[in-house]
Design a protein around this ligand. Structure first.
Ligand code: ATP
Ligand code: MG
Length: 259
């Protein structure tokens, strides 16, 4: 985490996605995906399928945008990926394990390897901004000194130093969103799933937050960002997974992750 913040300090706000620090990809030759879906369907209760025959793989160290109209199924796909919902059919492999064979008791440990930015933030209302961001580090057993240092640096990066002791109810939507992003990246998870993470911030902050996620990716995290923001997709130029009425297609070829 220290490196994440140190590296970011050297990045000017206007740095472009051509910056060589952001084009270094992770070696994955011979390894299988962080997540693999095969013919996955999903429904809520007894309702119709909202995802149909979804097949894709996320190579380790990959970065994808996830696009699609409102209601196309982006958040539903995210829910499957962060193990909050089971598929109604098909196969999901996560971290090389078949989800259908994973005992319920093992799920919390798997989830701790996944950083999630929820579309509705889900900050804990009784904790301050600082405490919300610190929580995943606390759960991992980090020392108080480490927590103070890393959380402080991240809050500075997302522009929330002045709100460190405020509770979520007193923050604006954009401030809550920035806190939710800081919380999702603070442990440097293996997989980062961000559901419309810049929907509530202005363009300059959207780019700044994308640099944070891009730096996390550069350090090895596999990233998926659901977004409607075309400008970000064009600026950062990662492959796009597109959903239309629950059916997933891929736009553009994946780069070769050959480090
Ligand atoms: N908890 C739920 N119970 C029942 N149906 C749901 C639930 N959540 C979503 N849906 C339905 O699933 C479909 C996909 O919704 P989802 O939230 O995944 O779309 P989305 O692409 O994330 O949309 P948005 O861009 O508006 O966030 C929609 O038809 C929606 O009505
Ligand atoms: Mg959504």
């Amino acid at each position: 985490m220290a490196r994440l913040c140190q590296d970011l300090r050297r990045v000017p706000l206007c740095a472009g996605s051509q910056d060589p620090r952001f084009t270094c990809l992770i070696m994955v030759n011979g390894t299988t995906g962080v997540i693999r879906f095969e013919n996955v369907g999903m429904r809520y209760g007894t309702g119709p399928e909202v995802l149909r025959d979804v097949t894709f793989e996320l190579p380790p160290g990959s970065f994808h945008f996830l696009t699609g109209a409102s209601g196309a199924g982006k958040s539903s796909l995210m829910r499957l990926m962060y193990l909050a919902h089971r598929p109604s059919r098909g196969l999901i492999d996560i971290f090389n394990r078949d989800l259908s064979t994973i005992p319920r008791a093992d799920l919390p440990a798997l989830r701790r390897q996944i950083g999630v930015v929820y579309q509705d933030f889900r900050l804990l209302g009784h904790l301050t901004t600082f405490e919300n961001v610190a929580l995943p580090l606390k759960i991992k057993g980090a020392s108080e000194g480490m927590i103070r240092k890393h959380v402080g640096e991240l809050l500075a990066w997302v522009g929330l130093n002045d709100q460190a002791h405020a509770r979520p109810a007193t923050l604006s939507g954009g401030q809550q969103q920035r806190a939710a992003i800081a919380r999702a990246v603070v442990t440097r998870p293996q997989l980062l799933l961000a559901d419309e993470p810049t929907g509530n911030v202005d363009d300059a902050y959207a780019v700044r937050l994308l640099f944070l996620l891009q730096e996390l990716h550069r350090q090895g995290t596999t990233v998926v960002i659901a977004t409607h923001n075309r400008a970000l997709i064009e600026k950062f130029r990662h492959p796009v997974l597109h959903l239309e009425d629950g059916i997933l297609s891929r736009v553009g070829e994946d780069p070769v992750y050959d480090g």
